[in-house]
Ligand binder design. Structure first.
Ligand SMILES: *[C@@H]1O[C@H](CO)[C@@H](O)[C@H](O)[C@H]1NC(C)=O
Ligand SMILES: *[C@@H]1O[C@H](CO)[C@@H](O)[C@H](O)[C@H]1NC(C)=O
Length: 312
């Protein structure tokens, strides 16, 4: 018994599939461990919010603070998130119609929250612009595919010279345009300038997206232990983007890896019925430690675990 628990917690710690989680956890996986690291609001006060007004004011400044979203908060708004924040979902913490908007922020954690139905007026469910050291972990992001593709914007987009971002253990589903890294093709100068837009996608479950699972326009992407299920278009690499895709599975996705002037190094990826048209790129290693599950184990490890499944 003791041995199996030890093995289990070792497995959880090394794979990022955390079974015993805390609201003060810091980023331990991927690019958000680099730079100055990502500890969010750790060390600050903990505030529980149940209204849009309370959420808006609790996340606005740059004072370290842990903001617990308890239960469902509905609205029609874009909430600006300042630096040094952890936004933590508890009691099925759910933001309906409310986009979180990071603009020139750093050191932010968004964890265990559910996000849905954010109209495109309020941008993406999580928008990360000009921001560094961001960890999005164990979130559930969805809308629906009943409207036209621009009724909602993205689920989580990382644009405009953002850097050191990790999106892990999350469930991105039932939506048109999943996740965009970089910006428009004609805005590359800004994104390629002083920063690289480095993003890790690890241990995620992507389901029933039309496109952008994710799409990189420029940038550096490390994608591992992901399970892509029933997407129209899977991963797209464009405009000089360099991706390293490892230990992952595509199922029910014809256009698994699509390229237009972008590149990918692909290792131990089960494409299922899909194709990989990306030319081999130069991203063969990343400067942090990580654990590959192996493509044969990814589906079982991720389904039902990815998403807002933590007890916090
Ligand atoms: C974030 O918090 C640190 C202290 O933990 C502080 O030095 C820094 O100024 C804060 N960042 C901003 C943008 O206020
Ligand atoms: C985000 O920052 C840019 C400056 O880089 C500014 O022009 C824009 O108004 C900001 N957006 C919001 C919603 O504050």
């Amino acid at each position: 018994m003791l041995l199996s628990q030890t093995v289990l917690s070792f497995f959880a710690a090394t794979c990022g599939l955390v079974s015993a989680a805390s609201i003060t956890d810091v980023c331990t996986v991927g690019y958000c461990t680099l730079g100055s690291g990502t500890s969010g609001g750790k060390g600050g006060e903990t505030v529980t919010v149940t209204t849009l007004a309370a959420l808006t004011s609790a996340v606005a400044d740059s004072t370290p603070r842990i903001v617990v979203v308890s239960g469902t908060i509905s609205g029609a708004a874009k909430v600006l998130v300042g630096s040094n924040k952890s936004i933590i979902g508890r009691n099925s913490g759910h933001l309906v119609g409310i986009g979180l908007f990071l603009n020139h922020s750093s050191n932010v954690i968004i964890r265990n929250t559910i996000h849905s139905k954010v109209l495109s007026t309020y941008e993406d469910e999580i928008t990360i612009k000009y921001s560094t050291n961001v960890w999005v972990d164990h979130v559930d992001l969805s809308n629906d595919r009943d409207h036209d593709k621009d009724y909602y914007d993205g689920l989580v987009d990382v644009t405009r010279a953002s850097d050191y971002v990790t999106i892990s253990n999350s469930y991105l589903h039932d939506h048109w345009k999943g996740s965009l890294v970089g910006h428009s093709d004609n805005n590359q100068a800004e994104d390629t300038g002083h920063l690289y837009v480095r993003v890790t996608y690890a241990n995620n479950h992507f389901y029933n997206l039309y496109s952008r699972g994710p799409m990189f326009r420029i940038g550096t992407g490390h994608l591992f232990n992901n399970y892509w299920q029933d997407l129209d278009d899977g991963v797209r690499t464009r405009a000089g983007a360099q991706l390293l895709i490892e230990s992952s599975v595509f199922e029910g996705t014809n256009d698994a890896i699509i390229a237009k002037d972008g590149y990918a190094v692909v290792r131990d990826v089960d494409l299922g019925q899909g194709t990989n048209e990306a030319p081999t790129g130069t991203l063969t290693s990343v400067p942090y430690a990580y654990t590959l599950l192996g493509s044969a184990k990814v589906k079982a490890a991720v389904v039902g675990v990815a998403g807002a499944t933590l007890s916090l």
